[in-house]
Write a protein that binds this ligand. Structure first.
Ligand SMILES: [Zn+2]
Length: 436
């Protein structure tokens, strides 16, 4: 048999995973494929003698965890995690069928190609490569493949952390999405963004109460009016700018690399010049609150006694309490606030041996690589794993073509991963895990 390298195999594994439809609709009744994908992963690992544990949080909501013993078992373990679910795709909008795993124009196409079956495939290819040669990593590596990352993580990482925390015993650091991808400055310089922080999530419901009544009368206590005023005020409000250590470091380093003058009093001017990554960074300099749902009334001529709205709030590390005071000042004293779902922000420093190893692994494969820390405005499984005291990083290495609008591919139409970038990623990941 021909020797198989991780770089060869990663493409096949990624294609296989893309062909398993793991659409997570947010409704357990219509969410599919997580069990099938987890069984596929299990097969890829057990084939080489790696023991796996498969845990379902609900029927077919499968999560898989495996531990590869390292040479020095007294050292803290490294958790390497990826989710198996994807957001749904509307085939009518795509150039190729979204679950075909088609390869064309140098890309593998399909829902999940960058979010995040690419990294799932890389991790499998790397450890299978080790098992073939008998390589033992320096410390324990814990692999986790989760369900439900795309709809709140309740059936995935949150379940694992709550019910099976023992599987992560001794894990001190973790890598997963969203980071490690390149942003080209010029031929000789590519910035690789490493996620070291995530904003917190606070989904709130605002409730206004009033006096019910007939729609034909003069009425000065209308719940719909009160709610609408509060929602409009929140939607138009710009919360004060707060530059956290991660964002400050990002802005300084990126400004220096791009030769942009950074105005510390007005970093948004600098951010606007960042092109395709401006989107990614723009929401990390302040708390945000976006109204997303409204509910009131049941008949055209009846004034209801209550009305409610959902606000999607994202808070910077350390800002959750301050944010609530700020929000209260915007909506006034009479609106009731209900917390629907809350997950704390996470932030870790851009320092230590693992961070240095990330830079070294990238530079070994791309001499023009420079790592830069950044904060993600969204949320990932890192939120759950960090509650176990694990330092979480977004590092799923990918070298991208300079002109690819990467952030637009997340949950986007025609999601695809460059085949060369995927093979680059597997080599970087292999180096990193061997050096960690
Ligand atoms: Zn993801």
């Amino acid at each position: 048999m021909e020797p198989v390298s991780a770089a060869d195999e990663v493409v096949d594994i990624c294609r296989d995973l893309l062909r398993i439809d793991t659409s997570n609709t947010g409704d357990p009744r219509t969410t599919v494929g997580e069990r099938v994908a987890a069984e596929y992963v299990a097969e890829k690992l057990t084939e080489f003698g790696i023991e796996v544990e498969l845990h379902e949080s609900a029927p077919r909501r499968a999560n898989l965890v495996a531990r590869i013993p390292g040479a020095d078992r007294s050292r803290g373990a490294l958790l390497v995690h990826g989710h198996l679910d994807v957001v749904p795709a509307d085939a009518g909008e795509w150039s190729v069928p979204p679950f075909s795993g088609e390869e064309k124009d140098g890309y593998l196409w399909g829902r999940g190609a960058i979010d995040m079956k690419d990294f799932d495939a890389m991790t499998l290819a790397v450890v299978r490569g080790w098992q073939r040669t008998g390589y033992v990593p320096p410390r324990d590596i814990v692999l986790a493949y989760t369900a439900d990352e795309e709809a709140g993580m309740e059936y995935g990482s949150q379940f694992l952390v709550r019910e099976h925390a023992d599987l992560f015993e001794g894990c001190t650091e973790a890598i997963g999405e969203v980071g490690g991808f390149s942003y080209t400055v010029n031929d000789d310089l590519r910035l690789y963004l490493v996620e070291t922080a995530e904003k917190g999530i606070d989904w709130l419901r605002l409730h206004a109460k009033g006096r019910p009544g007939h729609g034909s009368f003069v009425h000065d206590d209308n719940a719909v009016t009160a709610l609408a005023e509060a929602v409009a005020a929140v939607g138009r409000h710009k919360f004060p700018m707060v530059i956290t250590p991660t964002v400050r470091s990002f802005l300084e380093q990126v400004s220096e690399a791009l030769g942009i003058d950074l105005d510390p009093d007005n970093p948004e001017l600098s951010i606007a010049k960042l092109g395709p990554i401006a989107n990614l960074i723009g929401a990390t300099v302040r708390n945000t609150a976006n109204p997303t749902r409204l509910e009131a009334g049941y008949k055209d001529n009846v004034i209801p006694g209550k009305a409610s709205a959902t606000i999607d709030c994202r808070t910077l590390p350390g800002q959750a309490e301050i944010f609530l005071d700020q929000l209260r000042a915007v909506i006034g004293p009479d609106i009731e606030i209900e917390h629907v779902s809350q997950q704390a922000a996470v932030e870790t420093g851009f320092d230590g041996a693992l961070v240095e190893a990330m830079g070294a692994a990238l530079r070994a494969e791309d001499p023009g690589a420079r790592t830069v820390p950044y904060m993600l405005s969204g949320g990932t499984d890192a939120k759950a794993f960090s509650t176990l005291g694990i330092r979480c990083f977004g590092f799923a290495p990918l070298k991208l073509p300079a002109d690819l609008n990467f952030s637009a591919l997340f949950h986007g139409v025609d999601e695809r991963v460059p085949v060369e970038g995927l093979q680059f990623g597997v080599r970087v990941l292999d180096r990193l895990l061997q050096a960690s």
